[in-house]
Every structure is written in C-alpha cells, then in structure tokens.
Write a protein that binds this ligand. Structure first.
Ligand code: MG
Ligand code: MG
Length: 255
C-alpha cells in the first residue's frame, strides 16, 4: 500500500483512537503481574477494546496468504521473544520477566499500533537498562520525525543511540499505519541521514525499535508469528503511532 497522507477528518479519528489505545495499554500494564497468563491478558484486552467501541485489528489479520490468521488481540512477547508472541494459557508471567504487550486497534475505520515492554518485579540491572534504552531509542526516533527529514533519519537516530550496545533487530521494522494495519513506508531501525522517503505532514507512522541484550540475529518460528533472539537472551520492544505535523511530531498513542 502506498504512502498515504491522512485528511484532517482521519487525523481527528486517529487522535481519538490513540487516546483509547493509550488508556487500554495503561490499564493492561497494571495487570502484568506474576501469576497472570498471557491468554488472560489477551481476553481482558479484547473486552476493553470492544467496550470502547473499537475492534482488535490483529485478530484475524493475515500478513500474507501463506500465514494463518492471527488468533489474538495482543501480541505478548516475554523475555527472549522479540515480537509476535501468541498469548496462551500456559504463558504465565513471572517475577523477573520483561513483557512486551503489543496492541493493534481499529476505530471508526482507522488503525493505531502501540507496544510497551513492562518490567515485572526484580529484573537484572542489565535487562532493565535494556528496556529503558529501548524506550529512549523510540523517543530519539520520534524526535526526528519532522517534515523535510526522511525515514533514514529515524533509523539513524535509533541506531546511533544504540551505538552497538545491544543487538538491533534488522529483519523487522516500523511502518506506515492509519488506513490499514501495515502501510508503506517501511521504517527500519537503522538508516542513513537524509536517505529514503521524505516525511510530510499528514503521514502516520508506527515506530518500533527492538533491542536485544545479545545478538541481533533472530529466529522466525514455524507458527508463522513468534520471533525469538537467536541466543535466547532478552529482547525489548516499544512502539508508538505518530503523526507528522508541520513541526513537532505528535504521539497519537500516548495519554
Ligand atoms: Mg505493534
Ligand atoms: Mg507495528
């Protein structure tokens, strides 16, 4: 799908969708505690999304015709799972875990996408620093998402903040969003300043760095979704949907 410029009416809906999205993630974050299962979090997430008059956009989504439809509202990615963990009853959150919850929401025909990594209880210093630094990398990427800059500037900001301290996953990336779950452009977490598609007001992007404690290499599992680190070390993932404006970027999925 081509890069789209959203109309003022579409942007108004995305702002409302983003507020709902942030509120639901805030509420889910409080529930990410030892003992709860990923499937239970997913069930609650679906209830909250529908209760807000929205729909879960990942549920039933097929990235391509060879992949089965995604069976859940959330992706729940624990520790060495980078992204796209399918929530099940036997995935029980434990003290010491880091847990990425990724939610896709459709509201009045418009799509938002946002994820957080939550630190559960006592996590090693290096793992909690991984989470803080992945959050900071997202902030650095967002800060340069301004008109006249490019997709390459976003990737460069993320990668240069990483600066070789963590594995920076290259096989997965951010993306355009708003009219569909995934739109162009592709927004990698690496890049060269000034390269790639130029950012224009009205573009809506999902920016989503994924940093690993160890290798940047990942394994794609044969369920069609789960991605883990190749060395089974921890990975963190955070994501916001943002709007390119005439000036400062607007984070739509922040409360
Ligand atoms: Mg996402
Ligand atoms: Mg995304």
């Amino acid at each position: 799908m081509a890069v789209t410029i959203k109309t003022p009416e579409q942007i108004d809906i995305l702002r409302e969708a983003g507020r709902i999205h942030a509120r639901i993630l805030n509420e889910l974050e409080l529930l990410v505690q030892p003992g709860i299962s990923a499937r239970e979090l997913d069930r609650i997430a679906e209830e909250k999304v529908r209760g807000a008059g929205a729909e879960p956009s990942f549920l039933g989504y097929r990235p391509d015709r060879h992949t089965p439809a995604y069976p859940a509202t959330l992706c729940v990615s624990i520790n060495e799972v980078v992204v796209h963990g399918i929530p099940t009853d036997d995935m029980i959150i434990q003290n010491g875990d880091i847990v990425s919850i990724d939610l896709g929401l459709k509201y009045q025909g418009m799509f938002t996408d946002s994820a957080r990594t939550i630190i559960v209880g006592n996590v090693s210093r290096e793992t909690s620093q991984l989470v803080y630094d992945t959050r900071e990398a997202l902030a650095r990427g967002i800060a340069v998402a301004r008109p006249g800059n490019t997709v390459g500037d976003i990737g460069y900001a993320v990668e240069s903040f990483n600066n070789g301290r963590y594995g920076n996953v290259r096989e997965l990336a951010g993306h355009g969003v708003g009219l569909a779950v995934h739109e162009d452009p592709y927004v990698p977490n690496y890049g060269k300043p000034g390269k790639g598609i130029e950012l224009k007001p009205g573009m809506v992007l999902a920016i989503e760095p994924m940093f690993n404690l160890g290798t940047s290499d990942v394994i794609f599992h044969d369920d069609g979704y789960t991605v883990t680190t190749a060395d089974n070390q921890a990975s963190a993932h955070v994501e916001h949907t943002i709007l390119i404006t005439d000036g400062e970027p607007e984070i739509l999925t922040e409360s």
